[in-house]
Design a protein around this ligand. Structure first.
Ligand code: PLP
Length: 424
């Protein structure tokens, strides 16, 4: 049967088919990406996209909320149970918006916020200079120790005492080690700062009990819903009861208008999935895969930032190999291995031409890959790195990747990859 999309807009339909084929026929190692289930996809593409629901369950500004109230309440209750949080807001359109709402719930324009600097693994929205968060607030950054890859809590405490921030932000986008949220919470308390913990990357590991949860140690927790948590694209805020009103007001009407009810419906589904033994098994395998991939890469002579990983993410420091990160990530993309180039903490190279490569295992773990496949992947990555200008070898690796992909089909998205991609 021809779908409505195929019939009405064959051009966009064809491009979506090609993107589905790309996602199926490539090894996706971008640590913030994943594959959602067919159930999550169905809710995302549902009639809820047609509905306005400004406000919160029971207190809306439009009529016709018989179903939206029920759905949003289900999403909230599921998130509260899963994270053990007093209060949850599921309306943020994205992680960056959730952060801005979290800050504005407890800080005023001009107040000081203190987060991990971007080149040290923090996120743009943690007060980096190109982000609005650094213009609305006075932003101070802390760093990781570039030698050990760990946080020097004495230094961070000193910085906090000096600047007396209103908010200390924890969490990262490119940090391969566990984060001690408890100690960060104590530092925040000692300077009367709020502690906002952003677990966008690791929330799936947190709900599975593999990473310490910041919920007991933070005033506000923000997260995306689409990374290791494996839900639709969006953001979420968790907080203590005392801050519930302030957080809700900061999201709506503070920053947003109507919530995306189709996304919230899909989030409810994803939270149900995350509350299962299968999800815990997936999350454990994500970390095991990352560890094995890290070990295999080190055996091939790659140097890893901090010497390995505790989570889903690996940061390769390419300086010993004298390979630019961008050149390697582009060559890997031609071999159907999708990664992203990244700065290495302490490396003065510019963010647009850095010496690092960031890899993650959530998406390939969702496809069912295990330790054995990580060895193959390390082999592929090493072969490409040693043959950056040899297109024949790169194409041969691409063939092997395609074969591997066919053995691990995208679950619940059954699409057979075509032989040839239009962009390769
Ligand atoms: C990805 C990420 C975000 C931003 O999420 P978007 O949905 O892309 O806005 C915020 N914080 C951290 C730590 C992230 O890794």
């Amino acid at each position: 049967m021809i779908s409505a999309l195929e019939q009405y807009d064959p051009q966009v339909y064809e491009l979506l088919q090609q993107e589905a084929a790309r996602q199926s026929g490539c090894i996706r190692l971008i640590p913030s990406e994943n594959y959602v289930s067919k159930a999550v996809m169905a809710a995302t593409g549902s009639c809820m996209t047609n509905k306005y629901a400004e406000g919160y369950p029971g207190k809306r500004y439009y009529e016709g909320q018989q179903i939206t109230d029920l759905i949003e309440s289900i999403a909230i209750e599921r998130a509260k149970k899963l994270f053990g949080a007093d209060h949850v807001n599921v309306q943020s359109h994205s992680g960056a918006v959730a952060n801005m709402a979290g800050y504005s719930a407890v800080a005023a324009v001009g107040d000081t916020i203190m987060g991990l600097s971007l080149p040290h693994g923090g996120h743009l929205s943690h007060g980096w200079n190109v982000s609005l968060t650094s213009k609305v607030f006075n932003s101070v950054s802390y760093e990781v120790d570039p030698e050990t890859g760990l946080f020097d809590f004495n230094k961070i405490e000193e910085l906090a005492k000096k600047h007396r921030p209103k908010i200390i932000i924890t969490g990262a986008s490119a940090y391969p080690r566990k984060i001690d949220f408890k100690t960060f919470g104590q530092i925040a308390k000692s300077v009367d700062a709020y502690h906002l913990s952003d677990i966008a990357h690791i929330s799936g590991l947190v709900v599975a009990g593999i990473h310490q949860s910041p919920v007991p140690y933070a005033d506000i927790v923000s997260t995306t819903t689409h990374k290791t948590l494996r839900g639709p694209r969006g953001g979420m805020l968790l907080c203590k009861e005392e801050l519930a009103k302030a957080v809700d007001k900061a999201v709506f009407p503070g920053l947003q208008g109507g919530p995306h009810m189709h996304t919230i419906s899909a989030l409810a589904v994803a939270l149900k999935e995350a509350d299962s033994p299968e999800f815990v098994a997936y999350a454990k395998q994500v970390v095991r895969n990352a560890k094995v991939l890290a070990d295999c890469l080190m055996e091939k002579g790659f140097k890893l930032f901090s010497g390995g990983t505790d989570n889903h993410l690996i940061l390769i420091d390419l300086r010993n190999k004298e390979i630019p990160g961008k050149k390697l990530s582009k060559a890997l993309d031609r071999a159907r291995i999708v990664t992203n180039y990244n700065t290495i903490p302490g490396d003065p190279a510019k963010p647009f031409n850095p010496n690092g490569l960031r890899l993650g295992t959530p998406a390939i773990t969702t496809r069912g890959m295990k330790e054995e496949q990580m060895k193959l992947l390390a082999d592929f990555i090493s072969t490409v790195a040693e043959n950056l200008d040899n297109e024949n070898t790169i194409a041969q690796v691409g063939e092997k990747v395609l074969l591997l992909c066919s053995e691990f089909p995208v679950p619940e998205h059954f699409i057979i990859p075509p032989k040839k991609f239009p962009f390769i």
